[in-house]
Design a protein around this ligand. Structure first.
Ligand code: FUL
Length: 728
């Protein structure tokens, strides 16, 4: 380890290494009421991950697999009342899942052994509501067993999602969830005749029926399918009953004994990033100020937009290391529905989220849901392969190879680091062209200290700032337009204590045509433009997407065919009604991801009937929202009769209040005599507030269209519509 102790001071604060070193690094550090802001900051600088947390961070890119009855019912949330026979699986190839994941560079797969519906996908001794009651391999099949074997075969780690919410145990008369049973001393695992365990350990816990059920199942999962490296406890609850409490202390204790290397999501090791859309924060400190002692509660408070920055530290009781997982699905929704209407993310999207999450002090948890054939769908497999290729092509080569500079940051050894008291300068043997710079702090021993840093390049005889960002932590990937240089300089401009940098490397991403987005105005004119939200990580106020893809052209079709260089070139907005617009951007002989967007009936002749503010629901602007008391009807006069085959509902996103979970559709020719056309139901809107399409059982022709909001998510007493679309 080489240390740099030059005289140059950090611009924001000046620390000596010894002041920070007086505080012993730990995963959780208490704050005393008498601590000064400076002491609190030094404590924050010494909060470090546990070995399990560090191992989880180093896995970087991991997979989620949502599979179960919902795969067959095409619902996002089941009811718990499903007949197990619904899970009509005939074939299963978990080797195919794991091989496709490996191709993407994924290191672990977390499987929904039990989702909220309570159906179990392994041969549990403690319920018949699961795979044992299906025809799959004559009731002897075990999806988790297959997956665990594939993981062993291909060197993939295994994690398990076990939903605490359990609708089957709520809904069936003998269900254990919230049955008001008294906690008594129970032996885990409860013996079951003819099904002995080869692991003979037993445990005693004072728990009620549902907690015993949960512990028995944890015992099965952790002793018969392991090793298990992560347990995922979802906080979502479609329903609760009997004030059921979870005995987390008992769960933790069993897990710590049976799977000492497992990191726990939702239990203080790993936290939710706060959305399911793949959004990341520009500043993501993992040293969290906790207003209560961590062990005294069931987890951590929900995440906000700005967390754990310096101003948020005072007032906390403890400082606790807890990293986020950016969990998002490769498909619209967590479960497979179909190959025609359910959209799949492009490799651009996944690669972008990868760089923002892994390069933003977090872990990417990407869901890839198998289809009803027991396979990952071809399109998803292609996206995984392309993402893996881009990761390898970009990050497999370090352009700093052969550079002179602080050796501890270039030696590839995460245990060596440089304590930064002066800028780190890297001189290359020859100029290189780069657009990515990766930095890692020595978090295992020194914690997260950097609060702001700047990368400069030597261009035309002077230093030029090319990227600036805030914290670093486990890993920061800086992205910027191509720069050609033979000298780079990293400056830390604000920090909590003397920062320790363990690794830097430089890379070049081969720029591709940008991803596209299309929007329509109320007059029906469609604009196609590069999607900025996907690549909106701005450095120095520059939009990287535009810079990296300069010179692209856009080509589109409106007849359903796949666009290419011979399709009309987009130059100005054009009219589109009841059609699907497909478009691609072309750059350097490459074709970008295809935009595929369906536009319905143009809304300029629409009028609101008896609903104040109603026009907000069809102004082609999802940011403006119509809101009325729950149960209200929303009526549109389309001006002239239209055939209506489907409608889409965009829920509000600023708040989950008023998301319409269930409703009735009515139509009328004259606005007086109404007929019920269909009913609809959407699930998981709160966590996944995306536009939902509902196809009517039978298309109708009508001038008046009405939605009756029968039920709002979470029993909210309002009903809201951000945007409504109708399709012929
Ligand atoms: C949410 C659940 O409700 C979804 O169904 C999904 O499992 C997601 C990962 O977590 O909270």
């Amino acid at each position: 380890m080489k240390k740099y102790f030059a005289g140059l001071l950090l611009t924001a604060m000046c620390f000596t290494a010894s002041a920070a070193d007086e505080i012993r690094p730990a995963n959780t550090i208490n704050i005393d009421p008498t601590d000064s802001p400076e002491t609190i900051l030094l404590k924050a600088a010494n909060v470090v991950p546990t070995p399990n947390q560090l191992a989880a961070l180093e896995r970087e890119f991991i997979a989620f697999v949502h599979f179960g009855p919902n795969t067959f019912t095409r619902m996002e949330w089941g009811t718990g009342k499903e007949d197990p026979a619904i899970f009509a699986l005939e074939n299963l190839d978990t080797d195919q899942w794991v091989k496709a994941m490996k191709d993407a560079g994924i290191k672990m797969v977390i499987f929904t052994a039990k989702h909220h519906d309570g159906f179990v996908l392994w041969q549990s001794r403690y319920t018949r509501h699961g795979i044992m009651s299906t025809k799959f391999r004559d009731g002897k099949g075990d999806v988790l067993r297959d997956l665990a074997e594939s993981c062993r075969k291909y060197g993939m780690k295994l994690g398990i999602y076990l939903s605490p919410a359990d609708l089957y145990q709520i809904e069936n008369p003998e269900g254990l969830y919230g049955n008001l049973s008294k906690p008594t001393m129970r032996t885990i695992p409860r013996p079951v005749e003819g099904r002995p365990f080869s692991d003979k350990r037993t445990f005693q816990f004072e728990v009620d029926d549902y907690n015993e059920y949960f512990l028995n199942q944890l015992f099965e999962l952790l002793t018969e399918y392991g090793p298990v490296d992560e347990l995922w406890f979802d906080g979502a609850h479609p329903k609760r009953k009997g004030n059921q409490q979870y005995n987390y202390a008992a769960w933790d204790s069993l897990i710590h004994t049976l799977a000492p290397k497992a990191a726990m999501f939702g239990r203080g090791d790993i936290r939710w990033c706060g959305n399911e859309a793949g959004a990341t924060r520009d500043t993501e400190f993992n040293v969290r100020p906790i207003p209560f002692p961590a062990e005294a509660t069931e987890g951590l408070p929900p995440t906000e937009r700005e967390i754990a920055t310096r101003d948020k530290l005072p007032g906390a009781k403890q400082l606790h290391y807890c990293q986020p997982e950016v969990d998002t699905s490769i498909r619209e929704g967590w479960f497979y529905r179909d190959d025609n209407t359910q959209k799949v993310r492009s490799a651009d999207d996944v690669f972008d989220i990868y760089e923002r999450s892994v390069g933003g002090n977090a872990t990417l948890l990407l869901n890839i849901p198998p289809n009803r054939e027991g396979l990952l769908p071809d399109r998803d497999v292609e996206v995984l392969a392309e993402t893996g290729r881009r990761i390898r092509d970009t990050y497999g080569t370090d352009l700093l190879k052969g550079a002179e500079g602080p050796a501890a940051t270039l030696d590839g050894d995460k245990n060596t680091f440089v304590e930064v008291t002066e800028p780190l300068v890297y001189t290359l043997p020859a100029p290189v062209t780069l657009n990515r710079f990766m930095i890692q702090e020595a978090i295992a021993t020194k914690g997260e200290r950097v609060e702001e840093h700047v990368l400069d390049a030597w261009i035309d005889g002077q230093w030029k700032e090319i990227a600036r960002a805030t914290n670093i932590g486990y890993k920061r990937i800086l992205r910027f337009p191509d720069v050609t240089t033979d000298r780079l300089r990293l400056r830390v401009t604000a920090s909590r204590a003397v920062p320790a940098i363990s690794h830097v490397s430089a890379h070049r991403y081969d720029a591709r045509p940008p991803q596209l987005d299309a929007r329509r105005d109320t007059k029906g004119m469609v604009t196609i433009e590069p999607r900025t939200s996907g690549f909106a990580w701005k450095t120095l106020g520059i939009n990287s997407a535009d810079n990296l893809s300069a010179g692209y052209t856009i080509h589109y079709t409106t007849d359903g065919s796949t666009p290419d260089a011979n399709s009309p070139q987009y130059t100005a907005p054009f009219a589109a009604e009841n059609t699907t617009v497909k478009a691609v951007a072309l750059l350097n002989g490459m074709t970008g991801a295809m935009l595929d967007k369906r536009f319905g009936i143009v809304k300029n002749g629409w009028k609101v009937v008896d609903t104040p503010d109603g026009a907000k629901a069809f102004d082609e602007n999802a940011a403006t929202v119509w809101t009325a008391p729950a149960g209200s009807a929303f009526t549109i006069d389309l001006g002239t009769p239209h055939r209506i085959a489907a409608f889409s509902y965009t829920p509000p996103t600023a708040t989950s209040e008023g998301m319409i979970a269930r409703g009735t559709l009515q139509t009328s020719a004259d606005g007086k005599k109404w007929t019920t056309a269909d009913t609809f139901e959407f699930g998981n809107l709160v966590n996944d507030p995306t536009t939902r399409l509902h196809t009517l059982a039978t298309p109708v022709t009508a001038r008046f269209f009405r939605i009756v909001a029968d039920a709002s998510e979470g029993g909210s007493n309002v009903a809201s519509i951000a945007e409504i679309d109708l399709f012929e």
